[in-house]
Design a protein around this ligand. Structure first.
Ligand code: PEP
Ligand code: MN
Length: 637
């Protein structure tokens, strides 16, 4: 299932853009609602074919198509022509998905008694959603091209026929609603995909089309890729064709179990192309024996104050290995908060290999940690090692950590599961992914659903690092569980010089977050001195992960932050000029005009979407870039 958060992000990005969005139907149709969802100007078309032609010919900037309905599943009326256009070579990309709640009412001319209604007009997909209810009422179904169009027909007709349409459409054409909701299922809704021409927009939603003649070829693709499958009737040449929403094309290609599956991709999500999605929603858990941890449900978001992990929300937890003194933890809390970390870590009970090593300051240190967190607006994460600690720590700490050494301390897992606090569960250094999920299941079965999985390195033959960060294991866990998964590069590396590299590797691989050890005087640290990042190195990492600094950070550091962004911008502008030149060469070679006003408008839109609420700046940037490109290629207006 696509995530709601994705819908919202796309919506936010697309506001303020003057876009013509085509839909199939008359004003008042559900397609019109989807077309207007991101601030576009809706334009109705009589058929899906006409709509797609308009998109191809540039008469509209975007088209919305219904793909999936909660009652009847795939909307074949839209998907078939969509498939035909794609097979014929129309290069489209999916830029957003909008869920439109559907309430289908039965409406007729004012004064028509319900008992006299013998026929109901509507779009076939809408009529299918009311099959049982209409049959119960003894009403015959009459197919027409659109729900709002049905309202229009009924309004112009002198009979006692009714329309199945939205209340909005009924009111628009002066009909009276006789039955509020005639869908066979409450909670009805339709998901629309927003399409644009591939050379005018970037794909934001992964959507692929499969051509195949073998039914078995598509078996379990939904389970294996977390995708939604939308099957079509197909043609004699390709009896099974299907749309796949929400899976990445490379994975689909790799998984296609027989050779005659052709994957036509309408694009990867632009950000985090490597991201593997959690299991799609459904009834059976991915692993039967682990019904909580591997339930097929929307991604779990663990949210504690400013800390948000999961479903696209990413965060960094940072702080010292051990809470050493009130002053030490207060200073470090301030540093990490000012660099954009949204939770503070710090150990008060330390699991040490040597029994004579520093064991932590215990519950006194909990008060120091909590004060430092409060003073800097950060929730705190701390480890509990014994069942007896759970209650007193849970009274004050925001998140309870289970350390790697205790991952299979089942009594402790049950105890934290009952404590009423979210749990950060480290993977044991010698534990498999299945065992890690099993440990999460213990906590969840005891009552706590807010579990954060943390990969912190496993023990291998390698001695150059303290542990081996198992990015592969982290990725392998991703499609099995809806829980957020974060990485701990500090305990994996065991050396400060490797922490940033591992942190970036895990982040690029799609981790939902990181937990990083920071100390402002590592030489004197009471535990894990070798792996602590000093504040300047942590600031550098935070900058590279695009966290948001705040004004408490020293001015010199803030300048370094903005300097790094300027450097990146400069490099990107240079790359843009180079690629624009290649495009110019390509057009000259194929005898096409170098300047294309439609392309220019699309570029302008891209910048307006990336800079919401700042149209002036977006336009000025585009003016400058186009001017530079023209100068470079000696093009006169
Ligand atoms: C820690 O976070 O300080 C710690 C002891 O981690 P782990 O349990 O992963 O070794
Ligand atoms: Mn540590």
């Amino acid at each position: 299932m696509l995530r709601e958060i994705g819908d919202r992000e796309a919506a936010a990005k697309m506001k303020d853009v003057d876009l013509t969005v085509g839909y199939q139907g008359e004003p008042g149709a559900y397609g019109e609602v989807a077309a207007a969802a991101h601030g576009g100007v809706p334009r109705g078309f009589a058929s899906f074919e006409k709509l797609l032609e308009a998109l191809r010919d540039g008469d509209v900037d975007e088209a919305v198509l219904p793909m999936e309905n909660a009652v009847v599943g795939a909307i074949t009326e839209a998907l078939e022509p969509f498939a035909a256009f794609v097979v014929e070579g129309l290069e489209l990309v999916a830029v957003a998905v909008t869920s439109v709640p559907v309430r289908l009412s039965l409406a007729a001319r004012p004064g028509t008694p319900l008992a006299s209604v013998k026929r109901a007009w509507s779009h076939p997909a809408a009529l299918r959603q009311c099959t049982h209810r209409l049959a119960q009422m003894g009403i015959e179904r009459v197919v027409c091209y659109d729900t709002a169009g049905a309202a229009q027909i009924v309004a112009h007709d002198a009979s006692t026929d009714a329309a199945v349409c939205s209340r909005r459409a009924a009111e628009r054409y002066g009909l009276e609603v006789l039955v509020e909701d005639v869908s066979d299922k409450e909670q009805n809704g339709t998901r629309f995909v927003h399409l644009r021409m591939a050379d005018h927009a970037r794909a934001q939603v992964s959507l692929a089309f499969l051509r195949t003649s073998s039914m078995t070829a598509t078996g379990r693709l939904d389970v294996l890729t977390g995708a939604t499958l939308l099957p079509l009737a197909g043609t004699a040449e390709y009896p099974v064709r299907m749309w796949v929403l929400g899976a990445d094309a490379a994975r689909l290609q790799a998984l296609a179990p027989v050779r005659d599956v052709q994957v036509i991709s309408l694009g990867q999500p632009a950000a985090h192309a490597a991201k593997i999605t959690p299991p799609k929603q459904g009834t059976e858990p991915v692993v039967k024996a682990l019904p909580h941890a591997t339930a097929r449900r929307a991604p779990t978001v663990v949210e504690v104050g400013p800390l948000r992990l999961g479903a696209g929300a990413r965060a960094v937890i940072a702080g010292p290995c051990s809470v050493e003194s009130p002053e030490q933890v207060m200073r470090i809390a301030r540093v990490v908060a000012s660099c954009g970390a949204t939770a503070l870590r710090g150990g008060i009970f330390k699991p040490r290999t040597n029994p004579y090593a520093f064991q932590g300051h215990g519950l006194d240190a909990l008060d120091w940690l909590v004060s430092a967190g409060k003073a800097n607006g950060l929730p705190v994460v701390t480890e509990v090692m014994a069942v007896d600690h759970v209650k007193p720590v849970a009274e004050k700490a925001d998140v309870l950590q289970i350390g790697a050494r205790n991952m299979q301390n089942f009594d402790l897992l049950r105890a934290v599961g009952r404590a009423g606090r979210p749990v950060l569960l480290k993977r044991g250094a010698g534990s498999t992914v299945d065992e890690w999920l099993g440990a999460a299941e213990y906590i969840m079965a005891a009552g706590e659903q807010r579990v954060i999985l943390c990969e912190r390195g496993i023990r291998t033959f390698e001695t150059a690092t303290r542990n081996t960060l198992d990015v592969g294991g982290m990725l392998a866990a991703r499609p099995l569980t809806h829980l957020p998964i974060i990485a701990d590069p500090s305990h994996a590396a065991g050396r400060a010089d490797l922490v940033e590299g591992l942190a970036r590797a895990a982040w690029s691989a799609g981790a939902d977050g990181l937990i990083v050890e920071v100390h402002d005087d590592p030489a004197r640290a009471l535990s894990d001195a070798e792996q602590a990042l000093v504040p300047t190195r942590f600031a550098e990492l935070a900058r590279n992960l695009a966290l948001h600094p705040d004004a408490r950070l020293a001015l010199a550091q803030l300048r370094a932050w903005v300097d790094a962004i300027d450097h990146d911008l400069g490099v990107l502008v240079q790359r843009r000029l180079e690629v624009a030149k290649v495009i110019g060469d390509s057009k000259r070679q194929t005898g096409r005009a170098v300047l294309d006003p439609r392309r220019e408008a699309a570029v302008r839109r891209t910048y307006q979407e990336a800079l919401p609420g700042n149209k002036l700046l977006a336009d000025k940037l585009v003016d400058l870039l186009l001017e530079a490109a023209k100068a470079q290629q000696s093009i006169d207006e």
